[in-house]
Design a protein around this ligand. Structure first.
Ligand code: NDP
Length: 335
């Protein structure tokens, strides 16, 4: 079994040197345990936060231990009555090729059906990122038909789900993404009404003007994944009583300053800005996964993926995700 452990904590930007590849034996199974061969590893922005020491909503990743990460794969051997060899499963197997899972612990391993939804999508659109989009949109923005909803990192795992769901609720959906190719996908394949390439608008004035054009009636709901200038520009175009689901601020994950330039707009626009962590809202997961599974299974939502090959590719693929080099859900294919 090859695996990556966290070797050191980054100072500023994360680098490949922060990870170490190890080869270890897979231990023999005890009662209640299941051996899983991972097919895909999910790479997610939250992993950057776990690499830091210090207080956050979750404990830091311990040094020398397998990097945390969501996985999907196949049961190869089972000493648990609910799982059998050949079952397709989703769990938190980490950055490694195999895992031994204590299946008695609640929530450790979930069987999934890959007959209508490809296995890898259980790490993206029909998994944690999809539910994240669902929660922020439905429980914080509370979209109404005819209203305008914007989302940053719109072509990504979370952002794509937000847009597809907003369209299903009858909203005008406007994305913000990096590059013409991502914007084309957001409009043509995901069905957003418009998408703004922020790289073409490197200053706040220009970005806010582009938003005004794409959102002539103002912005009623915004789903924030990036922070910094994008959030400033959206706030300048917000309608009265606009709601903002503060999901992520990836522009600041390597320690870059991301000040809010016009905080007074929260007051003058009577905005409601709410942060959330999807793992603290387990009650919505079944409903959200059912809707997302239906959208993907029926072909109405075609999520995009960037797939790196082999466990050794994980660190570079992860660093690429933090720099916007991924296009859609970032995965590593392992088997
Ligand atoms: P994505 O698939 O959207 O990939 C990240 C994208 O962010 C990149 O493709 C890039 O898109 C953009 N990006 C990366 N670096 C920067 C930067 N420096 N400045 C601007 N944009 C950047 O990732 P996810 O969909 O998995 O996650 C999206 C957000 O949601 C993240 O902020 C993540 O932390 C957050 N999140 C929060 C959760 C919660 O519970 N609150 C749960 C899951 C995710 P582009 O090229 O378009 O700029």
């Amino acid at each position: 079994n090859r695996r990556f452990v966290l070797a050191s904590r980054p100072e500023g930007e994360a680098s490949a040197q922060n990870f170490r590849l190890e080869t270890v034996e897979t231990p023999a199974l005890s009662d209640g345990q299941v051996l899983v061969r991972h097919h895909y590893l999910s790479l997610d922005p939250y992993m950057r936060g776990r690499m830091n020491e210090g207080k956050s909503y979750a404990a830091p990743q311990p040094l020398g231990e397998v990097m945390i990460g969501g996985t999907v794969g196949e049961v190869v051997e089972s000493r648990h009555p609910r799982f059998a060899a050949g079952d397709k499963v989703q769990g938190m197997g980490g950055w490694q090729e195999w895992s031994v899972v204590d299946a008695n612990q609640p929530g450790m391993l979930r069987k999934v059906d890959d007959s209508r939804v490809p296995l890898s999508h259980y790490l993206g659109a029909v998994g944690m990122p999809g539910v994240t989009g669902w929660y922020g949109l439905n429980r914080i923005i509370e979209p109404k038909p005819g209203k305008t909803v914007t989302v940053s990192a719109a072509s990504g795992a979370v952002g794509s789900a937000v847009g597809v769901l907003a369209k299903a609720r009858g909203c005008r959906a406007v994305g913000i993404a990096g590059g013409a190719e991502k914007c084309r996908y957001v409009v043509e394949e995901l069905g957003f009404d418009a998408c703004i390439d922020y790289r073409e608008h490197p200053d706040l004035g220009s970005l806010s003007k582009a938003l005004k054009q794409a959102c002539p009636d103002g912005i009623d709901g915004h789903f924030e994944n990036v922070g910094g200038m994008i959030l400033d520009a959206v706030m300048l175009r917000s309608s009265a009583f606009a709601r903002v689901a503060l999901c992520g601020m990836i522009a600041g994950y390597d320690g870059q300053p991301i000040p809010l330039r016009h905080p007074q707009l929260i007051l003058t626009n009577r905005m409601r800005v709410e942060g959330f962590i999807v793992s603290e809202h387990l009650d919505v997961w079944p409903e959200a996964l059912a809707e997302l599974g239906e959208l993907v299974g029926s072909g109405r939502f075609r999520p995009r993926e960037t797939v790196a090959s082999g466990i050794e590719a994980a660190p570079e693929a992860f660093l690429g995700l933090l720099r916007g080099r991924n296009f859609g859900k970032q995965l590593v294919k392992l088997a």
